[in-house]
Write a protein that binds this ligand. Sequence first.
Ligand code: HT9
Ligand code: FE2
Length: 368
Amino acid sequence: MDVTPYDALLFVSFGGPEKTEDVVPFLENVTRGRGIPRERLVEVGQHYFDRGGKSPINDQNRAFLAALRSDLAEHGIDLPVYWGNRNWDPYLSDTVAQMRADGIRRAAVFATSAYSSYSSCRQYRENLFEACDTTGGVESAPVLDKLRRYYNHPGFVAPVVDGVIASIEDLPEAERDGARILFVTHSIPTSMNDNAGPDGNAYVAQHLDVAAVIAEQVAERRGVTHEWDLVYCSRSGAPHIPWLEPDVNDHLEELAGKDVRAVVMCPVGFVSDHMEVVYDLDTEALATAEKLGIHARRSPTAGEDPRFVAAVRDLLLERAAVERGEAPERPTVGDLGPGPDRCPAGCCFNQRSQLPTLSGEDSPQYSG
Ligand SMILES: CC1=C(CCC(=O)O)c2cc3nc(cc4[nH]c(cc5[nH]c(cc1n2)c(C)c5CCC(=O)O)c(CCC(=O)O)c4C)C(CCC(=O)O)=C3C
Ligand SMILES: [Fe+2]
């Protein structure tokens, strides 16, 4: 397996606290300069304190990394895999410093965020720049190539489809065929969606595209068409700023009024069972459904499913081939096709941030 020109894979994630003392400094890292109301921080902090101060995300990333390293080894790919987070240890800058010390020249970058938007893509590219900049300058840093977005990669979608079907089958038999699928993702400010992707609206458009594919595959396999909606969780920010709606709980109320008796909540916006999934869906939304008398299940995330792990290997090999000047297959499902390897300048632009980025067409690492 030819991974030229890469000598490493860099796995980048959000990070989360490991223990009670970590919670407040973690939240400070996440929200620095972002105008999140204090009440919201206290509320979100409580979700972590209630679980002993430990986010589920780090153990999920450790499990994914172990699976990824085995997968690469099994396929004869001898490439070191590094891990760095945006908001908690292991911090991205420490990881990049280690990569420099190890003599890494060029790495493919996989982020645990599948869609386009400032929060889910461009901010990670800012973090890559900063990590290189603060460890000795971007010129001497390893070249970092963030892999294309993968929300519509068949290896990400297949386990999600299986999970939705399993959750439908887990409902009482009489409720299964009438179950409605609620695709759930992280809300973002509507202005952030307006600027998502090169032409705007990419965050919503990508979710609608993949949701339609999942619903279609479920219908084919079950022989029953299920109605579906795209809904949101985890709104933060000041109340007067519009964020994407409807909230999953509000939507459940509305569905109860329309005599919907069963739902499956599919957290398609999350690659593993993050705190948003564990709290906002498993704790809050399932309780809302119960109160309303709606039968509800939360379907699994892709997590460390071998097909999703293999998708990372595919994306790595695909990009390596592109960088060697070849024209590899670029598998996708749905109507939107593969995104660009290098984000165009201004992609997922955020008026309030405007920090330099790596991995885009305007990356200083590509101009020389
Ligand atoms: C689109 C998106 C993703 C998905 C893409 C991706 O995966 O990156 C994501 C992931 C995550 N968000 C996470 C946690 C938090 N996000 C916050 C705040 C915010 N998120 C936003 C958006 C997103 N967030 C936004 C627009 C804000 C407002 C502040 C800002 O503009 O930045 C806050 C502050 C408190 C609050 O307001 O909720 C916390 C604690 C965790 C860790 C969970 C765990 O521990 O398992 C993960 C994976
Ligand atoms: Fe978030």
